[in-house]
Structure formats: C-alpha cells, structure tokens
Design a protein around this ligand. Structure first.
Ligand code: NAD
Length: 255
C-alpha cells in the first residue's frame, strides 16, 4: 500500500509482541525465509536486537524488508525521542527504520512529534506514524507541525471495526494498521469465521486476515509456529465475496 508520504508498505507482515528476546532471531529468520517482508517490533518488546539478527541471518537484503519500531513510553520529548531512536538503530543494526511510531499518547506529544519530523527529514526514519491515538491527539500533532502521520496502529478487527475512526483516517489520508488482527487468536474459533472458512476452503485465521486486507488495513499477525506462519502468509491467492465479507462484518454484533 502507498502511504501518504509516498512510501510503499507491504500490507502483510509479522508482529513480534511477546516473542522472547532469545527466540526472536530464529523466528524472524524463518518468517523471512518463508517470504515475509515486514516486521513490526517496538522498543518496549525488548527484542529489536533479535529482529536485526534474524534479518542478517536470513540473508535477505535490508532494502527488501520493512521494519517498524515504536517509541517507548518513557522516551517522549524532543531529545529523549531522538536518543531512543538511535538506540533502536544500534540494536537493529541498521541505519534507518522504515516506520517509527509513537507507541501511545503521553507527555509532550507535540515535542515528540517535532522530533519525528526531524528524524524523517534526516533519513533515519522513512515514515512516521502513531499508535493508539484518537482524533483529537492526531489533530493536535497536525495543527502544531503540519505533519500528518502516515499510519495509526489501532486495535481493529471484525469484532471492533472502529468504523468512525477508519472514516477519519481515510479523510486524513492515514493508513490504518491493525494490532491484534486475530484478537490474540480468539477470532479463529468464532462460529462465523469457521463457517466462512469452510465455505471457501480456507482456515478461520486466513479468512479473518483476508478480511483485513480487503478492508485496506495493514496486518502483522504474530505466531511462533512455522506452520501457522505459512498459513497466515497464504492469503493472497483467494478473494472473499461481498457476501462473505458482509458475514464477517456481522461479527461486530456478537456479544
Ligand atoms: P494477534 O491477533 O496477531 O494474535 C496472535 C495469537 O494468535 C498468537 O499468539 C497465536 O496464539 C494465535 N494465532 C496466530 N496465528 C494463528 C493461526 N493461524 N491459527 C490460530 N491461531 C493463531 O495478536 P498480537 O500478537 O497481540 O498482535 C499482532 C501484533 O500487533 C503484535 O505482535 C505487535 O507487533 C502488534 N501489537 C501492537 C500493539 C500496540 O499497542 N501498538 C499492541 C499489541 C500488539
């Protein structure tokens, strides 16, 4: 997908939240060898060094892989954010990240966002965005700096589609990223997901992830299991019909 700053982000990737530091390099290497080209990490996950190691071990050129990381809550503010980015670059072993996000709103958001604009200008970061922000928080950043976030990473999935927020994102040209696209795995046992999956001859996880792709949402489900990594990746060779998409939309009405 093309972001509002012209960068092209792979719409599908691997999330590494809760992946232990010691397991991360192996997991990232496996995923990249399977064909993943996007990894979503964060300073707070404590596994950026493993992401960098996995990238080098896989032997995939750096420029072929999209790496997102997120600013730690304790590093808000102009100078602290810049220092925190440099520490991330050292841990990842790279001279730039493709996307740097403010992990969640906090103190001094405007000063932090000015630092993000500077990081983008000097090339240490290709695209800048936010996570877990509401409209007011985003408007405050845009009013102060004129820089519109390229993405907002929020907890969106068929149970909580955040339709109002998505309309706002579209109006502003902000791409929606979904964290927890499978609702931490729980949606894979939902009766609607099972029914649609049976109809199209796919797995419940695949139809839920496919729903995100067809709604124009960026996803990076987490799995530590090589079989599931491959399963989650195999969602580009089928399409859900309007009826199947509408059936999955109905999940939002379930208690
Ligand atoms: P997810 O919805 O991706 O669910 C992951 C869980 O689903 C796995 O632990 C596994 O148990 C299960 N699963 C994965 N593939 C499956 C399959 N094919 N079949 C059945 N079960 C399967 O949840 P997540 O890991 O919390 O979210 C994904 C990523 O989003 C994270 O790794 C992280 O990168 C990001 N994230 C960001 C924030 C934020 O505040 N910005 C918060 C949470 C997560």
């Amino acid at each position: 997908m093309t972001l509002n700053d012209g960068s092209v982000i792979p719409q599908f990737g691997l999330g590494v939240y809760h992946v232990p530091a010691d397991d991360t390099a192996g997991l990232v290497r496996t995923a990249l060898q399977l064909g993943y080209r996007h990894v979503d990490t964060a300073q707070g996950y404590g596994n950026e060094a493993g992401v960098g190691q996995g990238l080098r071990d896989a032997g995939v050129p750096r420029e072929d892989v999209w790496i997102t990381t997120k600013l730690d809550d304790g590093a808000h503010g102009y100078d602290a954010a810049q220092r925190a980015l440099d520490a991330s670059l050292r841990r990842l072993g790279t001279d730039h990240v493709d996307l740097f996000l403010v992990h969640r709103p906090g103190e001094a958001d405007v000063e932090t966002w000015r630092a993000f604009a500077a990081m983008r200008a000097d090339g240490r970061v290709r695209s800048v965005g936010v996570s877990n922000f509401g409209r007011r928080g985003i408007e405050q950043l845009v009013d102060a700096t004129g820089v519109v976030p390229a993405v907002n990473q929020i907890r969106v999935n068929p149970r909580t589609p955040h339709r109002g927020m998505r309309r706002y994102h579209r109006r502003r040209g902000i791409t929606t990223e979904s964290w927890g696209p499978l609702r931490e795995g729980r949606l894979t046992t939902h009766p609607i997901a099972r029914r649609v999956a049976a109809r199209v001859g796919r797995t419940p996880a695949q139809v839920i992830l496919r729903w995100h792709l067809q709604r124009g949402i960026v996803v990076f489900p987490k799995s530590a299991d090589p079989g599931r990594l491959a399963e989650n990746l195999a969602i580009t060779d089928f399409t859900l019909s309007r009826r199947e998409m509408a059936a999955i939309d109905l999940m939002r009405r379930w208690k």
